[in-house]
Ligand binder design. Structure first.
Ligand code: CMP
Length: 143
């Protein structure tokens, strides 16, 4: 137990690659900020063009990412999505749909802002992943 948080909950968060190097204090802040939600297969988690700034981390199942009806990618446990609108408020760049039954951690932008300011490793990972996604999407567009 760490200040009332069961150690298995702490370990569950530490197992997420995005949070791998977060301090104990940071993990405690994450546990308090995140809600874990079960979503049935086929349900849209975020829709292209809609507004929203939450960040989602997959902890179970798989999801597909599409833009204009075209598949861009598949997401699996450990992957996250929603970082683009979190980092720069704008309509969602793609639609993410649960392919199987899915479990996601949902982080609100205000709580995540505090975590990102305290934990540079989280900020770096969000930016690296976003850059890769922008690069691959740009490349596939030119094809
Ligand atoms: P956001 O624009 O907030 O909402 C849709 C999300 O889909 C986006 O953030 C990314 O997290 C994700 N996304 C966009 N493009 C790709 C891609 N090429 N590969 C994987 N995920 C993507």
């Amino acid at each position: 137990m760490a200040r009332g948080i069961p150690s298995e909950v702490i370990r569950h968060f530490q197992a997420v690659p995005l949070f791998a190097s977060v301090s104990k204090k940071g993990i405690r802040a994450l546990v308090q900020a995140a809600a874990e939600v079960d979503v049935p297969a086929g349900k849209v988690l975020v829709r292209e063009g809609e507004f929203g700034r939450h960040l989602y981390v997959m902890t179970r199942g798989t999801a597909t990412v599409t833009r204009g009806g075209r598949k861009l990618s598949e997401l699996a446990p450990g992957d996250f999505f929603g970082e683009m609108a979190f980092l720069s408020p704008a309509p969602r760049s793609a639609t993410v749909t649960a392919y199987t039954d899915v479990r996601v951690m949902v982080l609100g932008p205000r709580e995540l802002d505090v975590i990102v300011e305290r934990e540079p490793a989280v900020a770096k990972r969000l930016l690296e992943t976003m850059a890769k996604r922008v690069q691959t999407t740009g490349r596939s567009r030119r094809l």
